[in-house]
Design a protein around this ligand. Structure first.
Ligand SMILES: NC(=O)c1ccc[n+]([C@@H]2O[C@H](COP(=O)([O-])OP(=O)(O)OC[C@H]3O[C@@H](n4cnc5c(N)ncnc54)[C@H](O)[C@@H]3O)[C@@H](O)[C@H]2O)c1
Length: 424
């Protein structure tokens, strides 16, 4: 930076831009022989952009009396009459008629693109197919936010495509899975798998609005409810003992009832568990939206799991890989005296209650050793491994050795024999 900077700033579209330039910006006179690095002009640009988005509970999103989906993202009160909608194939089969009737009722013309979900389809070619269709549709990006209805896979694909298309096209998310409601639908990350690595291509891009309608969970398979409960359990384990207590007491009930509250007890529990999970998740995400701080408690369960999940495809689900990782991390913490034996057993017991795996043959010293090294690369050279402290607190460690890992894997396998679920 020069000695006497000239500073200029302006505000536009809510983003503050400050440009600091130097007298050296003036056209240089005669080129002289300057030693490399000395006195050469440089320009520093500093800008910031506020992020502002809403996550809203919304019962009956396709109820004709509700207009949340159409009101969102219109800048001046003029409701436009076109939308581009991307929908998960299964969701389209189950809710497509209600969705089309909703748009028809409100006089909105839609182009609907149906895409298949599943981790193996989370690839860049789907992103490119989508932007081609968007181009042909000729979207008015200031008035016609893209709508995505589906689970984490479809939302991640559409989020990435929307953030790339014309450097950012607004989008609205309607998650239809439990992972979507409590995790993929509330943060700002988008992405697809690439080159054998999970979410290798991605952006940070917030949806304008996410509408959370738990009614969609009525048709979700029991295994996918369990899968989402893994991410909820994560929040309980690292920051909310009361949420863990709710899962201990009512986890099996909400699983049996698909979060639909068919009993009064189940209704209260479903509401309390979902609200605590979403609040906890957002509390952790908001201060570190772009993940500049690499010590993230929400990475609990995400140290070993990315590699294990990719190896376990297509059989293994994301939450299952996360649960395996949480089980191992709990044992690591127990061996260090951070979690008592009783707490460790309670954690394994809740995992089993939620029908989540606590052991997989993929948990070998080789796989997990490689997984840890890959994570160290992602976390700027350090493990930054979140371990639970009791139930509801976390500490980050950087010194897990290969020997410690091997010993913990063995204990995990033994403890898992008393719990019942195992995945390939
Ligand atoms: N962006 C983020 O911050 C974030 C956070 C967590 C997870 N994720 C990503 O989310 C993905 C997992 O999401 P997922 O578990 O929702 O998987 P998914 O999107 O593949 O959906 C799971 C299955 O449920 C079906 N389905 C969806 N809604 C349904 C409904 N209402 N009724 C019946 N079936 C329904 C789908 O067709 C699919 O077969 C992973 O790729 C993960 O990386 C992203």
């Amino acid at each position: 930076m020069c000695d006497s900077p000239i500073s200029a700033g302006h505000e536009k579209d809510g983003s503050a831009l400050e440009v600091v330039a130097s007298p050296a910006l003036r056209k240089p006179s005669t080129p002289t022989s300057v030693a490399p690095g000395a006195q050469e002009p440089s320009w520093h640009v500093k800008a910031s952009q506020p992020v502002n988005y809403e996550v809203r509970l919304c019962q009956g999103v396709f109820d004709p009396n509700r207009t949340d989906l159409l009101d969102a993202g219109r800048p001046d009160g003029n409701r436009t009459h076109r939308r581009f909608v991307v929908v998960d194939e299964t969701v389209d089969r189950l809710y497509g008629t209600a969705m089309r009737q909703y748009f028809e009722h409100h006089g909105v013309t839609c182009e609907i693109m149906v895409v298949q979900a599943g981790e193996v389809r989370k690839e860049i070619d789907v992103v490119l197919r989508f932007v081609e269709r968007l181009d042909a549709f000729g979207i008015d990006r200031r008035r016609e936010p893209v709508i995505v209805v589906g689970g984490g896979v479809v939302m991640d694909i559409v989020g990435l495509a929307a953030s790339l298309y014309r450097r950012g096209t607004p989008f609205i998310r309607v998650p239809t899975t439990l992972v979507g409601l409590v995790d993929a639908g509330v943060g700002v990350k988008t992405g697809v798998n690439f080159n054998g690595h999970k979410n290798q291509l991605g952006t940070y891009s917030a949806a304008t609005l996410t509408l959370l309608d738990r009614g969609f969970l009525a048709t979700l398979s029991r295994r996918h409810i369990s899968n989402g409960l893994a991410e909820i359990l994560k929040v309980g384990l690292i920051k909310d003992e009361a949420l863990f207590g709710l899962l201990e007491r009512y986890g099996r009930l909400v699983l049996d009832e698909n979060f639909q509250g068919t009993s009064p007890e189940g209704a209260d529990a479903a509401t309390a568990i979902l609200e605590a999970a979403i609040t906890g998740m957002l509390e952790e995400l908001e201060p570190n939206l772009w993940e500049e701080t690499l010590e993230r408690s929400m990475d609990y369960g995400h140290t070993f799991s990315p590699a294990v999940e990719m190896l376990g495809l297509p059989a293994m689900l994301h939450g299952e890989a996360v649960c395996l990782d949480m089980a191992l991390s709990t044992v690591l913490a127990h061996r260090r005296g951070l979690v008592s034996e009783n707490e460790c057993r309670r954690v394994f017991s809740v995992m089993s209650d939620l029908e989540l795996p606590t052991w997989s043959p993929l948990h070998t010293p080789e796989v997990l050793g490689h997984a840890l090294h890959a994570t160290v690369r992602r976390r700027d050279g350090q493990q930054r491994l979140p371990l639970p402290v009791g139930i509801g607190n976390t500490v980050f460690v950087n010194d897990v050795s290969d020997e410690e890992l091997v010993a913990a894997i063995e204990i995990q396998r033994e403890m898992a024999t008393t719990s019942s679920v195992e995945v390939a």
